[in-house]
Structures are given as C-alpha cells and as structure tokens.
Design a protein around this ligand. Structure first.
Ligand code: MEV
Length: 325
C-alpha cells in the first residue's frame, strides 16, 4: 500500500451522562459532560486502491469491516455521496482513548472525528449541525433509536442540558465536587437496553407499562432537580439524586450485577452518590466525591471491587480536566 501526500485530521472526545440516560429517548431532559480525558483522532491519508481502516478495533479493508462498524461505514459513505467524491483511495487511521462500547460515547466520537476528517480532507465547509446530521444517521445504525445526546456532547466543549429535538443549552458547571468514572470492563449493550426499555413501554401488561412510564417521568423530574443542585453547588443533594436515579435505571432493567457492585462499593467508600452512566448492562458507572483525596480513595476501592480503569473528573469550572487514575 503506497501512502500519498495528502493528510487531514478530525477530532472528538468522550462523554459522561451525569443523569437522564434512557429517559432522554422519551423526551425527558438529560445532563451530559464532555470528557476530555478520552479523545479520538481520525487521520485520513490518500492511498492507491481500496480504502483501508487502521484502528485498535479493526484493521483491514473497508469491504471486510465487521457489523459493529456499520455505523462508521454509513457515515463514510453518506459524507462521500454528499460531497460527490469516491469513498475509495483513503487510509483511515483511528486513534481512540475512549474505551469502546462502555457508555462513553465511543461510536459517536469516532463517527464525529471521521466526518470532520473527511470534510477537511476534501476541503469542504462544515458546521456542527452538518456533523451532527451525519453522526445521528450513523448512530441510528449502531444504536437503533438514539436521542442525539451522544452526537451533541462528543462535539461540545461545555456541559449541556439536553432535550431531544431541541437545541441543547450549555450548563455552567462549577461545583465543589469530583466525579469518579469507573469501567466495569464489560461491553455495554446500549442497543439492546434501549430496545428493551421500548418493549417495556409498549408492554401489553398495563401495570408494567405504567411503572415504566412513571420511572421515565421520575428520571425526568430528578434531572430537572439535578440542574438546580448544580446551580446551587449542592453536592449532597446531587449525590442523593444520583442514587435515586440508579434505582430507577435498575427498575428499567438496564443495570447489571457488576454495575450494582461498583455502585455499592462507591457508596460504602463514602461517595455522596453513585449510578451507572450511558446505556448500561455493562460499561461505566460514576460516583460523586467532596474532595480530591476522597475521590482517590473511592477510585481505589472501585478498582479493588473489579473496575479495570478509573478516572477522576473535577467539577470546578477552572480545572475541568480529568485525571487518569
Ligand atoms: C446512550 O449514551 C444514552 C441513551 O440514553 C441512549 C440515547 O440517548 O441515545 C441510553
């Protein structure tokens, strides 16, 4: 394979959903933070012949990609059709620090970085709105029925208060608290979890249906209260809201044993609150601590309880960067 001279780059970052996952699919609000400690860079170089993908997840020709990359392929093909260019003759290198399939926005971030790199490569103008349109289409292939929160936050520099089909509002975050994110090491199942919540909602059994709808509505109310707790810098209240939300997400069947174990360990270590984050059924959880020292202790307890990786994310406006534990 001969690499030719032309090169272009696109970037995006991971995300943490603080509160509102799953309910956001049903028009409830959600709050998400950009997670700058985890980034994705896509670099496109010209080659002769068939397009070649080089990533930790898959290395090989475009025609050989596994089903898990169907969303990626959709983004590539749709951008090339839109720009009226060939999808061949590209060497696409994907460098991602976002653990894949862990509820941290990996698929949306990779698709976003790809769309940006393609527009750079073909020297075409791009707006955030156009990026989002391509990424939402790719995410539909990957996740079935996405709310659009992932495609928004992986390309946003500030925390957002998000409602489906509405413009997101930026939510200033300046709290005396620290978020710990921990990876169970188990691939999440966002598509299945979103599909199963939809089935619960459509369930013929009225009682199950009512319970599900009231859990979704309650998560919406808690998200609204979480926004106030953030504005008031009230860490204990935000923690309690996170705990209640985790219980509701359990009712929606999107937690699992490993997530529950990590949530319990964080609470035992004195966290103000803890919950799963993202699609669930694996992936990551988050916990809230009052100080950096306390956050380090919680991270260490989470690792003892089985987390394969932890991060500490300060919630103060002037710091705003995550530390890798
Ligand atoms: C996935 O990161 C968040 C979910 O709410 C799905 C979505 O909003 O697209 C589970």
């Amino acid at each position: 394979m001969t690499l030719l001279n032309k090169t272009a780059v696109g970037t995006a970052h991971g995300k943490i959903i603080l509160i509102g996952e799953h309910a956001v699919v049903y028009n409830m609000p959600a709050i998400a933070l950009p997670f700058m400690a985890t980034t994705t860079t896509v670099t496109i170089t010209s080659i002769e012949g068939e397009t070649f993908i080089d990533s930790d997840y898959f290395t090989g020709y475009l025609s050989e990609t596994p089903e898990a990359l169907d969303g990626f392929k959709t983004a590539l093909n749709n951008v090339c059709v839109y720009l009226n260019v060939s999808a061949q003759g590209l060497h696409i290198d994907v460098e991602s620090l976002i653990p894949p399939e862990r509820g941290m926005g990996s698929s949306a971030a990779v698709a976003t970085a790809l769309v940006k790199a393609l527009f750079n490569y073909f020297e075409a103008d791009l707006t955030d709105k156009i990026v989002k349109r391509f990424v939402d289409t790719a995410e539909k292939v990957t996740h079935g029925n996405p709310s659009g929160i992932d495609s928004t936050i992986v390309n946003s520099l500030s925390p957002i208060y998000f409602k489906k089909d509405e413009s997101p509002t930026s939510l200033p975050l300046d709290m005396d608290g620290f978020l710990i994110a921990a990876d169970t090491g188990i691939k999440g199942q966002t598509k299945e979890a979103v599909g199963d919540v939809a089935k619960l909602i459509q369930s013929a059994k009225d009682q199950a249906k009512n319970q599900t709808i009231s859990a979704v509505n309650r998560i919406g109310q808690l998200t609204f209260q979480a926004k106030d707790a953030i504005i008031d810098n009230n860490v204990p209240i935000l923690g309690e809201i996170m705990n209640q939300t985790h219980r509701l997400l359990k009712d929606l069947t999107v937690s699992n044993r490993q997530l529950d174990t990590l949530v319990q360990s964080a609470l035992k270590a004195g966290a103000a609150g803890a919950k799963l984050t993202g699609g669930g059924r694996g992936g990551c959880m988050i916990a809230l601590a009052h100080s950096m020292e306390h956050a380090k202790k919680i991270a260490s307890e989470l690792e003892k309880a089985g987390a394969i990786q932890t991060w500490i994310h300060p919630l103060q406006a002037e710091v705003g960067e995550a530390f890798h534990e």
